[in-house]
Write a protein that binds this ligand. Structure first.
Ligand code: ATP
Ligand code: MG
Ligand code: MG
Ligand code: MG
Length: 479
């Protein structure tokens, strides 16, 4: 079943069950606590919190999502992408667990000829929150899931919040057993690669306050109503229904991956290391295409920095794969647009602009690499011949200062040679430079500084600021 058909079928099922189909919101979150939308519930947050009255009490959507927190997993696990689509059904104070659970089960297991996904119920496992006896009872007694395929987990797995203040609640998840060739028996508790998490049903009933950790955060109290928020990864469901090994081999991502393999002359499936790189390229090119389509432009801050980082990572991987510095992004972006335009026709109408933004960044980064790579190689050789395992902070600083090499690029290139970087000295040097810039700015105010120097310093300091950002798990991280 093609991805577009899976999405269509999901919405049709919930429309038949009196849900209003709501189009995806932009990836750029209309929410000061988030850079990008990480989950389908985000556009509905004010309804859960009782801040706004929903125009419907049941909705369903296919929401575009970005999770930068998963970037390191991309290509390595079978199931994480930076851009993915979340299928969701929502109840705003209407039905609760007693209906959400059987509905989800029906859609998953009903025959394809009856509008379902036709999944063999023997393959499905479910989890519930530790003390959620009610959910466990519904799964067992109403739905008929054998007790030994219902597992209980704690806060970390089965209590959902966005990681920031907002609605939260216990959840119950559906897992698909890919079979013994993928790992040990024993349900999701035993092996997360064999038992793939597909669908999360969240029983939104509390409000999370400020602070705390993922395991231990303040609950402010009950939400005005009991709600349902579910999220199922479209790419993960496609992996199951298309019988492929991982999300990168499904019809949409697989198309971009194959194109990347052909263009770089690397066969997919020959070697794990290049397979990971091909998956990263497929994922990142698609994410970049979707982000640019939603108005994000590469830059040095916030969302723009995330996009820049994603694009640069794809370019680096393409170069490593092909052994050439040819420009590949136009062709690959075109393939991403073709793969995705069935669901997002605006990609085609906006294609010229999308290409323009991505190619400009490719050119820009290409220039950076051209000028800095020789210096980097000398620094790496010096490091190796001195018997050290760390490129000096001074070299990293010079790469940044003279050639605009972001520290993460230096780190990545060093790691490829089995080297580290003396980041602490690098940071000290950056800090000193910032202090100088600040002093000069102050002096400028007093009327006795060379203004052009200040401008230059700020420019270079600004180009590699490490930027934390908030995501659904509220971990401030660096890409
Ligand atoms: P995982 O444990 O596999 O990282 P999660 O528990 O973080 O997933 P949820 O926050 O419960 O995911 O999101 C709901 C659903 O969205 C998941 O069950 C999964 O199907 C899908 N999903 C989550 N993260 C990703 C991702 N990075 N790429 C593709 N699909 C995802
Ligand atoms: Mg996750
Ligand atoms: Mg999980
Ligand atoms: Mg989950």
């Amino acid at each position: 079943m093609e991805t577009a058909e899976i999405a269509r079928r999901f919405l049709a099922f919930f429309e038949k069950n009196e849900h209003t189909a709501v189009p995806s919101a932009s990836l750029v979150a209309d929410d000061p606590t988030l850079l990008f939308v990480p989950a389908g519930m985000v556009p509905f947050k004010p309804y859960f919190l009782g801040q706004r009255t929903p125009p419907y009490d049941r909705a369903a959507s296919v929401q575009k999502c970005i999770r930068t927190i998963d970037i390191e997993e991309v290509g390595k696990t079978s199931r994480h992408a930076t851009f993915f689509q979340m299928l969701g059904n929502f109840s705003f104070g209407d039905y609760f667990k007693e209906k959400a659970i059987p509905l989800a089960w029906r859609l998953m297991t009903a025959p394809v000829s009856e509008g379902g996904f036709g999944i063999d119920p023997e393959r499905l496992w479910v989890t519930v929150y530790l003390d959620d006896d009610e959910a466990a009872r519904i799964w067992r007694d109403e739905v008929g899931v054998p007790a030994d395929r219902i597992q209980r987990f704690g806060v970390e797995e089965n209590y959902w919040s966005m990681g920031v203040p907002g609605p939260c609640g216990p959840c119950s998840e559906i897992f698909y057993d890919r079979g013994p060739e993928y790992g040990a028996e024993g349900g999701p508790a035993a092996d997360e690669d064999r038992y793939v998490e597909v669908w999360n049903l969240v029983f939104m009933q509390y409000e999370r306050g400020e602070g705390g950790t993922k395991k231990d955060y303040p609950i402010l109290g009950d939400l005005p109503k009991q709600n349902i928020d579910t999220g199922m990864g479209l790419e993960r469901l496609a992996t199951v229904l298309q019988g492929v090994d991982n999300i990168y081999e499904t019809d949409t991502l697989g198309r971009i991956l194959q194109d990347a393999a052909e263009r770089t002359g690397v066969a997919y499936g020959d070697d794990e290391r290049s397979d990971v790189m091909l998956r990263v390229v497929a994922d990142h090119v698609r994410s970049a295409t979707m982000l640019v389509s939603d108005g994000v432009r590469p830059g040095n801050e916030k969302g723009g920095y995330v996009l820049r980082r994603i694009l640069r990572r794809s370019i680096r991987n393409l170069r490593l794969l092909s052994g050439s510095d040819a420009a590949y992004l136009h062709g690959l972006t075109e393939t991403a647009i073709t793969a995705m335009e069935g669901i997002y026709p605006e990609l085609r109408t906006d294609a010229d602009r999308i290409h323009e933004v991505i190619e400009t960044e490719e050119k820009h980064f290409s220039d950076t690499l051209r000028s800095g790579t020789a210096l980097f190689s000398r620094a790496a050789e010096r490091t190796l011949s001195s018997g050290s395992a760390q490129i000096s902070g001074a070299d990293a600083f010079q790469l940044h200062d003279t050639y605009g090499f972001p520290i993460d690029l230096t780190l990545e290139m060093a790691a490829e040679q089995g080297l580290g970087v003396d980041e602490s000295t690098f940071r000290t040097l950056m800090e000193e430079q910032r202090e100088t810039a600040k002093r000069d700015a102050k002096a400028k105010k007093l009327g006795n500084a060379d203004i052009s120097l200040y401008g230059r310093l700020l420019e270079s300091a600004g180009s590699t600021d490490f930027l934390g950002y908030t995501d659904h798990e509220s971990e401030s991280r660096v890409l």
